[in-house]
Design a protein around this ligand. Structure first.
Ligand code: UTP
Length: 294
């Protein structure tokens, strides 16, 4: 694989049904963990990995995502007049100057694979990263995307992030079969979307971080709807496997499934406990909440 990974694709056109009724008007990616929306964590991770073109695949209901990255003139003026320079810097820095954001529309929610295909006109013929913002990955060291990008460059291959899951959860994930696992990575032999536990080739589940070769776009063009009637990225990756080496990578860090209610609660607690000013009060609050009633 040649070339630096400059483009990061954020498919954010899903319906977010697990967070209804909130997601009637608030896109799932705008739900906050402590004080930042999920999309901001993903964007920061992509920028840390060296990406300078961020492609958001959205739909007509998700203006809030574009608005968030737009300039907030009135708010900036008010903060400036009030001398609140720290807050001003915070809202100006949601995107650094050297980074450009591009918005493309997925007219119909036809699946994650279709959403990635919508980014093709912007990405073109270069390797690119995909980040699903509802998979929030916390790490003290380098972010998950940076880890993937570095491995992809070193091994000249596409890379898919994986983690071990309990066997009964395989039906919620893409599951990979691997060979020659050394250290944190192995070569993928096969990949299947949401298998029943008795049919799963392993318990290594794909989570929402990928570095992919542009060849995937051509394969997505001809991918038919699969599990759940959606055009699945997993099926196109399975087709890519027949042509190229793809690695599964057990990233360093802790992943929170913020597409589920309990995952969002867990992430909020983790990030609060990791925040100097919130850690103490959060511990106290948890102690009180766990005290037997009465
Ligand atoms: P999910 O499987 O989490 O679906 O999508 P969802 O619609 O967002 O949420 P639920 O399950 O109804 O609560 C995984 C990722 O793929 C994107 C989503 O935005 C999310 O980032 N996606 C999914 C699209 O962009 N387009 C689609 O057609 C489907």
């Amino acid at each position: 694989m040649s070339g630096r990974v400059r483009c990061a694709v954020f498919p954010v056109a899903g319906l977010g049904t697990r967070f209804l009724p909130a997601t009637k008007t608030v896109p799932k990616e705008m739900l906050p963990v402590v004080d930042r929306p999920l999309i901001q964590y993903a964007v920061d991770e992509a920028i840390e990995a060296g990406c300078d073109t961020l492609v958001f695949v959205t739909n007509r209901y998700k203006h809030a995502v574009a608005d968030y990255f737009d300039k907030a003139y009135e708010l900036e003026q008010k903060l400036e007049r009030a001398g609140k320079s720290e807050l001003l810097a915070m809202i100006r820095d949601v995107l650094p100057r050297q980074v450009r954001a591009v918005f493309v529309t997925q007219a119909e929610a036809l699946g994650l694979g279709h959403a990635v295909l919508c980014a093709r006109p912007v990405v073109g013929d270069q390797p690119f990263a995909v980040l699903l913002p509802d998979d929030l990955i916390w790490n003290r060291g380098p972010g998950a995307t940076r880890q993937l990008v570095e491995l992809a460059a070193r091994e000249q291959a596409s890379v898919v992030a994986v983690q071990d899951v309990p066997i009964e959860q395989t039906r919620s994930y893409g599951i990979v079969a691997t060979r020659d696992f050394t250290g944190r990575h192995g070569e993928i032999r096969g990949i299947v979307e949401k298998p029943r536990p008795e049919e799963a080739p392993s318990t290594l589940a794909v989570v929402g971080r990928y570095v992919l070769q542009p060849r995937i776009f051509g394969l997505l063009e001809s991918t038919k709807p699969g599990a759940g009637g959606e055009i699945q990225l997993t099926d196109a990756i399975a087709a890519l496997l027949a042509e190229q080496r793809i690695l599964a990578y057990r990233f360093e860090g802790r992943r929170f499934d913020c597409g589920s209610r309990i995952g969002l609660i867990e992430a909020t607690l983790q990030y609060a406990l990791d925040d100097e000013s919130l850690a103490g009060p959060t511990r106290e609050l948890m102690r009180q909440a766990l005290r037997p009633a009465g």
